[in-house]
Ligand binder design. Structure first.
Ligand SMILES: Cc1cc2nc3c(=O)[nH]c(=O)nc-3n(C[C@H](O)[C@H](O)[C@H](O)COP(=O)(O)OP(=O)(O)OC[C@H]3O[C@@H](n4cnc5c(N)ncnc54)[C@H](O)[C@@H]3O)c2cc1C
Length: 462
């Protein structure tokens, strides 16, 4: 059976895979984007009906494709995000191969961990094998829904769903619902159920929060102006570099507003501490409810304080706001009320995701199984990651910071093609064939067509 050779394979057809492909198309580098499902499917399959962005539309900037709709300060709802991304895909026609999963990637040559896989990478897929000179892993940061194993000890009749499978309140059986976790998903799903008139119990974790608006503007706009989002992760203190830290809770729903769990409690939601376990038919909660609510408010106040400092330093004449949040409710007990299985109809696990790179047989992982890289470039030449949370900046795993990361990798990919060509090494042969494609009339005879194509569409972020 003949094996297909490609200069570059991109694994994953989400926004990161497409952003990478945009650059490769622009640079004339032959490649394929391999997607095990439908491209961009996570926005339709793994988000609930009332989902909307937390980040403002003006931050939706993909390579060659900025948000240009009527509401830059608004927050796209799910259907708008999907059409905006469909527009991206249609704008440049990425070479996508959908419903084809990558089941293994191995460096060729000296084997896994090879210092330089000069033979490229063997990419095994559900539709055959490809040899790729370079591989970009763009499989996102949220692979497998994480559900604590204590879920197995809940009664069989109690409906359970992970946040990635939650769609709408009416799809849960009638009766009270326990939402576990208060990251962005948990807080927003709790609000969704609360607004639908459902009795909600919420196990409050240690997620931080920030105000939606402060001193006359969206807090994200202020934080952008402070330079916070452009700061590379390597400039942050070591203890703040954890990629898996829970996101701040706030919402873009109905034009955007705070999520104030204390206000929910005042209005009938029942708050508990972190879910610890089950005992004698009852759920056991940690005594950290007060601490968790206070800590989230402290982060909220601290971010307002940073904005105050920025405004003062710039001497801006803007409205003055209450910089400290005044609690509208306080818990009677640190665990929250007792709760038995019989009092619940459903549990929504908003407990995050784990990563799954079992298919990637390359020595580029740390002890916790996270890829080790510098701005997406691994120690294994030709192997890259794109779209990881905090890959380079706050926006790396979001719409806001993907474009500069993709541009950076496009340059590294081009550098390696050039290196291989110059060295006449095996890794250069396939790439050379690809980039030697049709030569433009205005291109000098000694310049490969692909190299001449670089930079035709303007690159974002450089
Ligand atoms: C609940 C939630 C809310 C969010 N809110 C915001 C927000 O407000 N603003 C913002 O900017 N960002 C937000 N994000 C973050 C971010 O925009 C998304 O996570 C985004 O989907 C990441 O895009 P991606 O292409 O990196 O990964 P994904 O969208 O996850 O795409 C990865 C693709 O890789 C495919 N794949 C995986 N393994 C393989 C394989 N072995 N072979 C072939 N294909 C494979 C998957 O099927 C998938 O299509 C949110 C994320 C979540 C989960």
């Amino acid at each position: 059976m003949s094996v297909e050779h490609l200069p570059v394979v991109v694994v994953g057809g989400g926004q990161a895979g497409l952003a990478m492909s945009w650059h490769l198309v622009a640079d004339g580098v032959e490649h394929a984007v391999l997607e095990r499902d439908a491209a961009l499917h996570t926005w339709s399959d793994a988000r609930w009906d009332s989902f909307c962005l937390v980040t403002p539309n003006w931050q939706c900037r993909l390579p060659g494709y900025d948000y240009a709709g009527p509401d830059p300060d608004g927050f796209m709802v799910r259907s708008e995000i999907i059409s905006w991304l469909d527009g991206y895909r249609a704008s440049f026609g990425p070479p996508l191969r959908e419903h084809l999963a990558v089941t293994a990637v191995r460096p060729l040559g000296d084997g896994p961990g090879a210092e330089d896989p000069a033979g490229g990478f063997a990419v095994r897929t559900t539709a055959g094998e490809i040899v790729a000179e370079q591989v970009v892993v763009a499989t996102g940061g949220y692979h497998t829904p994480a559900i604590p194993r204590l879920a197995e000890r809940l009664p069989a009749g109690l409906h359970q769903v992970h946040s990635a499978g939650y769609t709408r309140p009416a799809d849960l059986p009638d009766g009270p619902v326990l939402v576990v976790g208060t990251g962005q998903s948990g807080a927003q799903i709790a609000e969704d159920l609360h607004l639908a008139g459902r009795q909600v119990h919420l196990a409050v974790g240690n997620a931080p929060r920030f105000a939606r608006r402060y001193r006359g503007r969206d807090v994200i706009a202020w934080m952008h102006d402070t330079g916070h989002y452009a700061k590379p992760v390597t400039d942050k203190p070591v203890e703040e570099r954890d990629q898996d830290r829970t996101n701040h809770y706030v919402t873009g729903r109905d034009g955007g507003r705070d999520i104030d769990l204390r206000a929910f409690a005042r209005d009938g939601m029942v708050l508990h501490g972190r879910l610890l376990g089950v005992e004698d038919g009852r759920l056991r909660f940690a005594d950290d409810l007060t601490v968790n609510l206070d800590a989230a408010d402290e982060v909220y106040n601290g971010i307002n304080g940073l904005i105050d400092t920025h405004i003062a330093a710039k001497g801006l004449d803007v409205p003055v706001g209450p910089s400290r949040y005044a609690p509208v409710w306080r818990p009677d007990s640190d665990t929250g009320p007792d709760l038995g299985f019989g009092e619940l109809a459903a549990v929504v696990w908003a407990t995050g995701f784990t990563r799954d790179y079992r298919w990637l047989h390359a020595g580029v992982f740390d002890g916790a199984g996270h890829p080790q890289h510098r701005r997406g470039v691994t120690a294994l030449p030709g192997l890259y990651f794109l779209g990881l949370p905090w890959q380079h900046t706050w926006g790396s795993g979001r719409f806001a910071g993907l474009a500069p990361d993709a541009a950076y990798l496009a340059d590294r990919i081009a550098d390696r093609i050039a290196e291989c060509l110059a060295g006449g090494r095996a890794a250069g042969t396939v790439a050379a064939a690809a980039i030697a494609g049709p030569r433009r009339a205005d291109q000098p005879a000694d310049q490969p067509a692909g190299a001449g194509g670089r930079g035709e569409p303007a690159r974002d972020g450089r």
